[in-house]
Write a protein that binds this ligand. Structure first.
Ligand SMILES: N[C@@H](CCC(=O)N[C@@H](CS)C(=O)NCC(=O)O)C(=O)O
Length: 211
C-alpha cells in the first residue's frame, strides 16, 4: 500500500498510527502541502485525490481511499486485530463520539486550508487566526476532558480510534501553543499512547519528510 502523507498533517498522522497498530507495511509518498503552492494541487495528486487533501491510501490493486476515518474503518474491517473499537455497541458509540469531536468539530475549523482562507481572503492577522485556532481546540478539548477516564488510554486498557484521533490533535495544539493545563486527562492519554511504538513511529518528527 502507498500512503500519501505530509509529516504535519494530523489526518495523515491518524492513518499512520492505525497502519502501525495493525502492523501493516506501507510506503510513504510525501505530499508537501505548502511548498511551491502545495503539491496537493498538482495534477498528479489531483488524479489520486480530487479533493486535494491528504491522507490518501492507494491499495495494492490501485484503488484509492480518502478521508482518514473512512480509511481507518476500512483497515479495521479488513484487519480486525487489534480492534480499534470496543465490542459493546454503547461503548463503540462513545468512542466514535470522541473521534468525531476531533475529526468533525475541531479539525475542519482549524486545518491549513481554513487558516489560509482566514488570512488571505478574510484578511485576518496572525493574532486573530491564533485566537480562532485556540478557541476551537479548547472548546473541543473541554468536551473530551469531561467524558474520558484514562485507563491509561481514553477508553480503558485498549487503544481505540478515540486515541488515534486525539494524539495528532494534541500534537497540533502544542505546535500552535494552546495551553493544555486544563486538560490533564487528555495530556495523560497522549503520554500513554506515545509510549507505544505504533504511535511513536507515526509522530511527525519521525517521518521521512519531517522538517
Ligand atoms: N476530513 C479529512 C481532512 C483531510 C485534510 O483536511 N487534510 C489536510 C491536512 S491535515 C490537507 O490535506 N489540506 C490540504 C490543504 O491545506 O490544501 C480527513 O480526515 O482525511
Amino acid at each position: 500500500m502507498k500512503l500519501y502523507t505530509y509529516f504535519r498533517s494530523s489526518a495523515a498522522y491518524r492513518v499512520r498510527i492505525a497502519l502501525n497498530l495493525k502492523g501493516l507495511p506501507y510506503d510513504m509518498v510525501p505530499v508537501h502541502l505548502t511548498r511551491d503552492g502545495g503539491y496537493q494541487r498538482k495534477p498528479e495528486f489531483m488524479a489520486i485525490n480530487p479533493q486535494m487533501r491528504v491522507p490518501a491510501l492507494e491499495l495494492s490493486n490501485g484503488d484509492v481511499l480518502t478521508q482518514s476515518l473512512a480509511i481507518i474503518d476500512y483497515l479495521d474491517d479488513l484487519h480486525p486485530e487489534p480492534p480499534l473499537l470496543p465490542g459493546d455497541v454503547l461503548a463503540r458509540a462513545r468512542v466514535r463520539a470522541i473521534a468525531q469531536i476531533v475529526a468533525c468539530d475541531i479539525h475542519p475549523l482549524n486545518n491549513l486550508l481554513v487558516l489560509q482562507y482566514l488570512k488571505r481572503q478574510m484578511k485576518h492577522d496572525q493574532a486573530e487566526i491564533d485566537t480562532w485556532y485556540h478557541h476551537w481546540v479548547t472548546e473541543g478539548f473541554k468536551a473530551i476532558e469531561a467524558v474520558i477516564s484514562p485507563g491509561p488510554y481514553a477508553f480503558g486498557a485498549h487503544v481505540t480510534v478515540a486515541d488515534v484521533c486525539l494524539v495528532p490533535q494534541v500534537f497540533n495544539a502544542r505546535r500552535l501553543k494552546v495551553p493544555l493545563d486544563a486538560f490533564p486527562k487528555i495530556v495523560a492519554v497522549d503520554a500513554a499512547c506515545l509510549k507505544l511504538p505504533a504511535f511513536d513511529k507515526a509522530r511527525p518528527e519521525n517521518q521521512p519528510d519531517a522538517e
